[in-house]
Design a protein around this ligand. Sequence first.
Ligand SMILES: Nc1ncnc2c1ncn2[C@@H]1O[C@H](COP(=O)(O)OP(=O)(O)OP(=O)(O)O)[C@@H](O)[C@H]1O
Ligand SMILES: [Mg+2]
Length: 217
Amino acid sequence: MEAHSLRLKQEAHITESYRKLAVNLEYANIDGNIKTVMITSSMSNEGKTTTISNLSCVMAELNKKILLIDLDLKKPAVHKYFNLTNSIGLADLLLNKGKYNEYIHNIQPGLDVLTSGRVPSNSTEIINSKAIKDLLKELSSYYDYIFLDTPPVILVSDPINIAVYSDAVILAVAYSEVDKETIKKSVNILRQVNANIIGTVFNKVPLSNHNKHYYYY
Ligand SMILES: Nc1ncnc2c1ncn2[C@@H]1O[C@H](COP(=O)(O)OP(=O)(O)OP(=O)(O)O)[C@@H](O)[C@H]1O
Ligand SMILES: [Mg+2]
């Protein structure tokens, strides 16, 4: 994606923090047990889509094969990030099956994106379907990582269900927008389903805190 790469070039320190995030994910996966990684947050607008999209680009640049799937069926936005149409996507693929390349967009070498498609009202049924678990299993042989964008864990139950079939969870936190208690609540909700929380990414950190954006594992 030209526009996207351009944006990465403009803000080198931000690119650098996504690279560090990528390297940390690789360390978290030193034993190679992690294939499906979801991102969630406590509340809306904490930088989930931005983080997972940038992480996908950076990972692809590190020669990993990445598939990013928009599983935020409540507020799909990955297509906007990559300037893609969302007229077909995951929802259609699950219904019609068949050739993945009719549904999956190649963005840059190593990076494929599956948008949500037109989401029916019963999105929770899609999230909990055997079809989606089978699809992830089948696609996993083609990719090093499958990244999943999901809704906020306190507001919507979908991410809890997605955590059950994800190998790892990244928690996005909008620094100074969400208090500690709320973050603890999210962690507890995820722990109840034995989610493997491998890291927290702090977004929207004020520039005065030196780095606009950082994270820890
Ligand atoms: N690290 C960051 N620093 C500053 N602003 C950021 C950062 N990450 C994301 N943003 C901005 O915050 C807003 C929300 O980002 P994004 O859409 O990625 O959040 P989200 O958690 O996916 O939201 P939603 O809950 O609506 O899905 C956007 O305007 C985005 O540009
Ligand atoms: Mg989002």
